[in-house]
Design a protein around this ligand. Structure first.
Ligand SMILES: [Zn+2]
Length: 375
C-alpha cells in the first residue's frame, strides 16, 4: 500500500518537473513546434520590411516617425497580451495540479478510512485488504489521468498564446507599410489642381482651383478666371469691374477662419488661407461670360454692373459651395440662417463650412486631420 502511494507520488513529482520544463516557453522560438511556420512568417516579415524600407524613402521622416510610433504601440499591446496569456496558462496549470493533488489526497484518505473499518476475521479481512488495494490503484490511475490532462491543457494553452503572439506581431509589422500607404496614396491623388464635379438639387457644376501649401503654414488658393466680354461691354468698364471683383473676392475669402489640426503630429498647428484671384486668357479654371447691363448672375454669367459681393458669391461656387437661399425648384434645400455669403451675396460673409474643401485637401495632403475652426 505504502509502495503504491510512494510510486504515485514519485510519478507525480517527476511528471510535474518534466511538464514544467516542456511547457514553459523556451527562449529559442525556432525550437518550438511550428518552426516551419515561423520560417515562412520570417520570410514574409523580411519582405514586409523591404517594402517598408522603400516606403520610408518615399514617405519622409515625419510620416515614418508617426507610423513607427503606431507600430510600437501595437507591439507593446502584443507583448502585454503575450505576458497575460502565459500567466493565465501558468495559473490554470497550477490550479490543475493543485486540484489533482487534492483529489488524490482525498482519494487515498477515503481508501485508508475504508480500510480502517475493515473486519478482522478471515476471509473478510483478506477481501477488505484487496478492495483497499483496488481503491488505491483507482486513485493512482485517476491522478495520472488528471496530471496528464493538466499537462496537455497547459501545452495547448502555451501553443495558443505563442501562435496568437506571432499573428499579433506579424500584424503589427504589416501595419507599418499600411500606415505609410494609407497616407501616401491619398497624397499622391491629392495634387494641387482641384477639379471636382458638384451637384445640388437640379444644378451641376465643376469646382476648380489651385491649392498649395506655402511656407509659414499658409494655404494659397489660386482661382484663374478667363473673362469673355460680350461685344457691347466697354473696355474701361471691364477694367474697373475686374478691379472691384478681384479685391472683393480676395477680401471676402482670405483668412476668414484658421484651419486647425485636430489630430496627428503634423508640422502646422493651423493654416491661414489666402485667396488669389487671377484674370487669365489661357489656362483658366473657369470661363465667365460678361454681359452688358444688369441681371441675375450665375457662376459663369456675370453682368458688367455686378457687385463685388456677387463675384465673391460666384467664386464660392467655384470653390465647390452650393447656394443656400430658398429656391422654389429646390424644396429640400437646406436654407442657411447665419448670414452666409452663399445665401446673401450682398450682405453675407464666408462661413466655416465654405472652407471645408480646403481643410479636406490639407488633411489628405498631410495625413493629419484638419478642421475649420470658428474664430
Ligand atoms: Zn449662387
Amino acid at each position: 500500500m505504502l509502495s503504491v502511494l510512494g510510486v504515485a507520488a514519485a510519478f507525480r513529482t517527476r511528471r510535474r518537473r518534466a511538464t514544467r520544463a516542456a511547457a514553459s516557453p523556451p527562449d529559442n522560438p525556432a525550437g518550438r513546434p511550428g518552426g516551419q511556420l515561423l520560417r515562412n512568417l520570417s520570410v514574409g516579415l523580411i519582405a514586409a520590411s523591404a517594402v517598408g524600407a522603400v516606403l520610408r524613402k518615399l514617405a519622409g521622416d515625419e510620416l515614418v516617425e508617426r507610423c513607427t510610433a503606431e507600430r510600437e504601440i501595437s507591439l507593446t499591446v502584443c507583448r502585454q497580451q503575450e505576458d497575460r496569456g502565459y500567466n493565465r496558462c501558468d495559473r490554470y496549470e497550477d490550479q490543475g495540479y493543485n486540484r489533482c493533488d487534492r483529489w488524490e489526497d482525498e482519494g487515498y484518505q477515503a481508501c485508508s478510512d475504508w480500510r480502517k473499518n475493515c473486519c478482522d476475521w478471515w476471509p473478510c479481512s483478506w477481501v477488505c485488504e484487496v478492495f483497499s488495494w483496488v481503491c488505491a490503484a483507482f486513485v493512482w490511475i485517476s491522478n495520472i489521468v488528471c496530471v496528464v490532462w493538466t499537462w496537455i491543457s497547459h501545452v495547448v494553452c502555451v501553443l495558443w498564446v505563442w501562435v496568437s503572439n506571432i499573428v499579433c506581431v506579424a500584424w503589427a509589422i504589416i501595419t507599418f507599410p499600411i500606415c505609410i500607404l494609407r497616407c501616401l496614396i491619398p497624397k499622391a491623388f491629392a495634387g494641387n489642381e482641384v477639379s471636382e464635379g458638384r451637384s445640388e438639387c437640379i444644378y451641376g457644376w465643376t469646382a476648380a482651383y489651385r491649392i498649395t501649401e506655402e511656407r509659414d503654414c499658409e494655404l494659397l488658393i489660386v482661382v484663374r478666371i478667363r473673362l469673355n466680354p460680350d461685344p457691347g461691354v466697354n473696355a474701361n468698364d471691364l477694367q474697373n469691374a475686374r478691379n472691384t471683383w478681384e479685391q472683393a473676392v480676395e477680401q471676402a475669402w482670405t483668412n476668414r477662419f484658421p484651419i486647425r489640426r485636430s489630430s496627428g503630429p503634423c508640422r502646422c498647428e493651423s493654416y491661414r488661407v489666402r485667396v488669389d484671384l487671377q484674370w487669365v486668357t489661357s489656362g483658366q479654371h473657369h470661363t465667365v461670360r460678361v454681359r452688358t447691363g444688369s441681371g441675375r448672375a450665375d457662376m459663369t454669367n456675370w453682368f458688367i454692373t455686378g457687385t463685388g459681393g456677387t463675384a465673391a458669391h460666384e467664386v464660392g461656387h467655384m470653390f465647390g459651395n452650393p447656394d443656400e437661399y430658398p429656391d422654389l425648384a429646390c424644396p429640400s434645400r437646406v436654407v442657411s440662417n447665419d448670414g452666409s455669403i452663399m445665401r446673401s451675396s450682398q450682405t453675407g460673409i464666408v462661413r466655416p463650412r465654405h472652407y471645408q474643401g480646403f481643410a479636406d485637401w490639407i488633411s489628405r495632403q498631410t495625413c493629419c486631420t484638419y478642421e475649420v475652426a470658428e474664430r
